[in-house]
Design a protein around this ligand. Structure first.
Ligand code: CMC
Length: 427
């Protein structure tokens, strides 16, 4: 590509630099466009807009490639651990053995939450959605850690990041315990990050809890698969909230709020609910027909992606992990058979082929999480737990980016032009 792009606007030419990344599409740098032409660009949903530079995650949606700091997601899921991936995302390189053990130590020393935080939970109804609790309680952390909120101090930023990564499993487990009416469990720092989370979720104070190593490994892999996904809606929300210099804990609460939506992280819950609703493979054609019907708002949940126009590489690992968990637990689930059949039928249907709609990470995650014992309402919480790592890495990157500015999009105004106020009695 050339290194400038020329726009012809009202018969006048304007040149803009074309920037190249290390890989991926070039980017036209239009920062001076408004100043020079008086025009904005229009791009609802940012389908053609790069909102920042980033060195963290790369996706090639056409080829189904996802790299974290250059490492393919399949390799990380197979060979790495969630803590190692967290270190990689935050620091840019895989840790040495000493660095990894230091990181594990640091994270495990931040797993407890302030005792006072537990009282927040009691303000919620027992049947509150755990994502509602997560939004509130993670936001409330902003009131507790005044020593780590100078966002311009790299050390304070790192402490806030470590606190978030360490405390989010504790808070997620507390949200679960609150909903089932069981006592909260304190963290056990002799366990791994993921083992500790499983114990805080499924253990009870009355008896010892044995972490099943195969489930621990599967859960750790699920966390790796959700750790980051470049400028998705919730990450962009965290960046936008953080661009004003806001408190990092409050920014994460904003990310959680965005993730909750069924078009984003809420899709795993919606996908499993849909599979249950379908019930048996003979009802699949009816649901496929509904998904294709323009007059029906129904969509196949867990299918399609803004960026992937190929198989989501995370779905490949997830499908394999479902099989492994089922073998370990020696269970089978008709819902998994329905999911496999639905995938097969959809991938051979001209509508899905033409629109390049493939299973995404959420299609199989619900099946596996429910086999492990999580209620559907916890699925998005687990996504939030894992994505916190990506959010803090992206938030740190944003703060140190010399090009960073407060996020402030413009608009195409289509409302009334100026008019005079008419008193209520005269309207
Ligand atoms: N079922 C049926 N049709 C679909 C689906 C689907 N799941 N997804 C997209 N389409 C159709 C859509 O109707 C549209 O058709 P047309 O061009 O005729 O109007 C076309 O495909 C393009 O869809 P879009 O909504 O313009 O694409 P988008 O990039 O804005 O949306 C998406 C991406 C993920 C929101 C969408 O595919 C969707 O709603 N999928 C279901 C929800 C889901 O699984 N979300 C999880 C995403 S992965 C996890 C995460 O990152 O959060």
């Amino acid at each position: 590509m050339t290194d400038t792009a020329t726009f012809d606007l009202a018969g006048k030419n304007f040149d803009y630099p074309v920037l190249s990344g290390s890989v991926g599409p070039d980017v036209v740098d239009i920062r001076k466009l408004y100043g020079q032409t008086g025009a904005f660009t229009y791009d609802p949903g940012f389908t053609s807009t790069a909102s920042c530079r980033s060195e963290i995650t790369y996706i090639d949606g056409d080829e189904g490639v996802l790299l974290h700091r250059g490492y393919p997601i399949g390799e990380l899921a197979e060979k790495s651990s969630f803590m190692e991936v967290a270190y990689l995302l935050l620091n840019g390189e895989l840790p040495s053995a000493d660095e990894l053990s230091g990181f594990n130590h640091t994270i495990s020393r931040h797993t407890m939450v302030h005792e006072q935080l537990a009282t927040f939970f009691r303000g919620f109804r027992r049947d509150a959605h755990p994502m509602a609790i997560m939004c509130g309680v993670v936001g409330a952390l902003s009131a507790f850690y005044h020593d780590s909120t100078d966002i311009h101090d790299p050390q304070q930023r790192m402490i806030a990041s470590h606190r978030l990564i360490a405390k989010i499993p504790t808070i997620a487990a507390m949200a679960y315990k609150y909903s089932v009416g069981q006592p909260f469990l304190y963290p056990d720092n002799s366990l791994s990050y993921t083992g500790n989370f499983l114990r805080m979720t499924f253990g009870v104070p009355a008896e010892p809890y044995e972490v099943n190593p195969a489930i621990e490994r599967a859960m750790d892999r699920i966390f790796i698969l959700h750790a980051d996904h470049e400028q998705n809606a919730s990450t962009s929300t965290v960046r936008l909230a953080g661009s004003s210099g806001a408190n990092p804990f409050a920014c994460m609460a904003a990310g959680i709020a965005c993730l909750w939506g069924p078009a984003h992280g809420g899709a795993n819950e919606a996908a499993l609910n849909m599979l249950h609703e379908i019930g048996t493979p003979d009802r699949i054609p009816e649901f496929i027909a509904r998904a294709k019907d323009k007059n029906d708002p129904f969509r196949l949940m867990g299918f399609g992606h803004r960026v992937y126009k190929n198989y989501d590489p995370r779905a490949t690992v997830m499908q394999k992990t479902v099989r492994e968990v089922f073998e370990t637990l020696n269970v089978s689930d008709p819902v998994f058979e329905t999911a496999l059949k639905l995938e097969e039928i959809a991938l051979n249907d001209p509508y899905f082929i033409e629109k390049k709609l493939f299973p995404n990470v959420d299609f199989y995650s619900g099946v596996i999480l429910s086999a492990i014992g999580f209620p559907t309402s916890m699925f998005t919480v687990l996504f939030a737990l894992a994505r916190t790592v990506g959010w803090v890495a992206q938030w740190n990157e944003m703060i140190t980016d010399p090009d960073q500015k407060i996020g402030r999009p413009r608009q195409l105004y289509t409302g009334p032009t100026q008019r005079s106020y008419v008193p209520v009695g005269e309207r």
